[in-house]
Design a protein around this ligand. Sequence first.
Ligand SMILES: *Cc1c(COP(=O)(O)O)cnc(C)c1O
Length: 402
Amino acid sequence: MIPNMHDAEAIPAEARAEIDRLFASGDLFRYHAAEDAPVSLLEREFADFMGSKYALAVSSCSAALFLSLVALDLPQGARVMIPGFTFAAVPSSIVHAGLVPVLCEVGDNYRIDMDDFAARLDGVSAVIVSHMRGHTSDMDAIMALCDDRGIPVIEDAAHSLGTLWGGRKIGTIGKVGCFSFQSYKLINAGEGGILVSDDADLIARAVILSGAYEHAWKKHKGPKGDNTGALDAAFARWQNKLPLYNLRMSNLSAAVIRPQIAHVPRRVADGRRNHDHVAQLIGQSPWIDVPAKLGPEERAPDSLQFNLVGMTDADVRDFVARAEAQGVKVQVFGLSQDNARAYWNWQFLPEMPDLPKTRAMLMRACDTRLPAKLTPEQCTAVAAVLTDAAAKTMEPVRAYGT
Ligand SMILES: *Cc1c(COP(=O)(O)O)cnc(C)c1O
């Protein structure tokens, strides 16, 4: 009854014909064809899908974050704020760019603690809002604080494709939005990433930095009907001025990604249905709390996070073992060894902060995959395993106490 929660959805069949065509021609490099290379077509389609002027496809979301930071042209050693709850690749992109990550507290609803964010903003030159596991922090408050101080905001929307904030697409609210096509995200190409922006100068820099050597940038275009010349003027400004990091995407990846864009609305709807169904069921357990989304947020989840309440570390481990024995794998971010989402494991950080709120959350926050392809019946079964495991862990305590 419990499905395999690790399996990905099949790649749409249309991808096969395009891959065969690329194999026959050997045309795998994005800048080989005179025009309409699959990577260029993906960039236009993704930008149009997001309602952004420009997109740049690259090798991963981490590469997109790194290029966004370098494209901001910050001085070496500048400080970049990120939430203390994210994936290790995010602070890594900052270190890679020669900058210093500054972590802020995250509340037990997995979102940036806005008081702590505001308190740490002095001396910060840029912010990466990592919408970790697709949980959207208060973008109105973040943008107001950052706009007020002229601090650029990069959105790490790796896990937020299809998420809306006040009707606006996550990834289009900050100066740049970065997405991932790694296998555990809504669009699966194994690896891959893309960044979107309306800023011609920033995109021109990112395009060249990504490895558009000589005049390859001529194959990057603005939106249809854009006659402003803003992009070409920006490219001319940066010709020969920037290093080439070669973080490009291959045409093979683009061929796998392009036919999946049309599936995004269905995957979002199914993922939200599954998430809300399981959340509603397990939320009835006295030992489980599923934090509510923020008001303006419309989510696109493909995984489930919840907090265990009133449990000791030993209880939490017992719960995890019981759930796993029944076929549902749960990870507690702060209790699983070497977890890449627990900030104290980022021992490469130049400054290791103490974040007591974030730490407390990580010690009780559970993570389980919940793919969009699950049926409502399968979701009900998953919820039953979780509720039952919590009850079996805690009921002896309760019986003893009453
Ligand atoms: C997956 C993920 C990343 C990294 O994406 P890659 O494409 O694997 O580099 C960064 N941030 C978040 C929030 C993620 O979920």
